[in-house]
Ligand binder design. Structure first.
Ligand code: 6PG
Length: 466
């Protein structure tokens, strides 16, 4: 009896996905380019349904036809070289899935290249980290629907479930699955930064201790803010450094890393003319954080408001910060979902925004209670132009916008940088302004470059001799 699926790449994520498949009843062949990880896998996880191979040909030969191979290797050129090594061993109709955080442009190319050789390529966005991969990730697959249907029983079995429904469904052609994962990460960056700003505000301006903020986040997690990122933030704030006894957050260097997906989301937003400003501010905030040495020097020279020990009243402000955070999240998710719409029209994909929100309800890093409501909003009105205009979010926005305004204004008054909260407010105010300032831009463009402008009161294009 052949193996039902092969997992290529046994790093943390690959090994966890393979174990998840075995645990759900699949017969899984595993292979890694270097045998050390294969040996470790066998040692850690002895199981009759898992077969480890050191030889690539034997690994492929062990699979049922059509062969299904799940790649979990480093995104980038490694994926191409692995695919190249597999092609001579495969037959027409075999299916390669890529579960890495690949650039969707590469996935589009790989899809077409493999199709030209009568092989199927399925992009699978995978979210949820090691824990998710092992027990139920959110999966975002795309490619040919027929090919998806052949792997669906396995993918849907290993995915997280909400009310019995898997957090995995076919999203569209080509590399659209990796596009969906990329924007998921753009939203993830913004969500993390918004939470960080709420934490900083509570600590520095409301004067709460780390323990108190942990309690605040735990309480918020019982409200409309309920989400994985809020939950882990509360947990992080509880953790003490064993060496110094200080809160763990206080001994971690304030330079944020990144692997590219957030940046790609912003690059795509620029290319498709989508104002994903909050998502982009989150990327820039990471870049600015990385300039630690420069920031240390600048703090000594550049003035701001005089530091004061005076703190805001916690009885008034904790809830204001909560509402500001919720409001920031609505704006960030609105931008992310608008980017899906822009991609659908740019690349000719029919992305179902309600379905994407359903996938995000569990397993993934941005899983949150309010994704149910986001999903309902897009299911009820697939043509919804902006999440802010869906009845539930419209009501919340009208209720919470003044809190966002208060926090941003206080932050500015105190000289506390709040890039994503302030960008959320700017986006919100810009979006709800029927009259923008762009008439002046048009006048300036026409003044120095005769670029012409349109008028409010008649049709046509005009130029003025300024
Ligand atoms: C997920 C995450 C994951 C991502 C890491 C690191 O959905 O499970 O998005 O895929 O790769 O969180 O991302 P950065 O290093 O760019 O922060």
């Amino acid at each position: 009896m052949g193996n039902t699926i092969g997992v290529y790449g046994l790093g943390v994520m690959g090994a966890s996905i393979a174990k998840n498949m075995v645990n759900k009843g699949e017969r899984v062949a595993v292979y890694n380019y270097t045998p050390d990880l294969t040996e470790k896998f066998v040692e850690d996880f002895p199981n009759d349904r898992a077969a480890a191979f050191d030889d690539l040909e034997e690994f492929i030969r062990s699979l049922e036809v059509p062969r299904k191979i799940f790649l979990m290797v480093t995104a980038g050129p490694v994926v191409d070289s692995v695919i190249k090594s597999l092609i001579p061993l495969l037959d027409k109709g075999d299916i390669i899935m890529d579960g890495g955080n690949s650039d969707f442009h590469d996935s589009n190319r790989r899809y077409h290249e493999l199709k030209g050789q009568d092989l199927h390529f399925i992009s699978v966005g995978v979210s949820g980290g090691e824990e998710g991969a092992l027990n139920g990730p959110a999966l975002m697959p795309s490619g040919d629907k027929d090919a998806y249907q052949q792997v669906a029983p396995i993918l849907e079995k290993i995915a997280a479930k909400v009310d019995g429904k898997p957090c995995c469904s076919y999203l569209g052609p080509e590399g659209s699955g990796h596009y969906v994962k990329m924007v998921h990460n753009g939203i993830e960056y913004a969500d993390m930064q918004l939470i960080t700003e709420a934490y900083q505000f509570l600590r520095e301006k409301v004067g709460l201790s780390v323990e108190e903020i942990s309690e605040v986040f735990t309480a918020w997690n019982e409200t409309d803010l309920e989400s994985y990122l809020i939950e882990i933030t509360a947990d992080i704030l509880k953790k003490k450094d064993e060496e110094t006894g200080k809160p763990m957050v206080d001994v971690i260097l304030d330079k944020a890393g990144h692997k590219g997906t957030g940046k790609w989301t912003s690059q795509e937003a620029l290319d498709t003319g989508t104002p994903s400003s909050i998502l982009t501010e989150a990327v820039f905030a990471r870049y600015l954080s990385a300039m630690k040495e420069e920031r240390i020097l600048a703090e000594k020279q550049l003035e701001g408001p005089k530091p004061s020990d005076e703190k805001l009243d916690k009885n008034d402000w904790i809830n204001v910060v909560k509402e500001a955070l919720f409001m920031g999240k609505i704006c960030a998710y609105a931008q992310g979902f608008n980017q899906y719409r822009a991609a659908a029209s740019e690349y000719g994909w029919s992305l179902d925004l309600g379905e994407i929100a359903l996938i995000f309800r569990d397993g993934c890093i941005i899983r949150a209670d309010f994704l149910n409501t986001i999903s309902e909003a897009f299911k009820e009105n697939p043509k919804l132009t902006n999440l802010l205009l869906a009845p539930y979010f419209l009501e919340k926005s009208n209720q919470y916008q003044s809190s966002l305004r208060k926090v941003v204004m206080k932050g500015m008054e105190f000289g506390l940088a709040l890039p994503c909260l302030s960008s959320s407010l700017t986006y919100y105010d810009g979006y709800r302004s029927a009259q923008s300032g762009a008439n002046m831009i048009q006048a300036q463009r026409d003044y120095f470059g005769a670029h012409t402008y349109e008028r409010n009161d008649k049709e046509g294009t005009f130029h003025t001799e300024w």
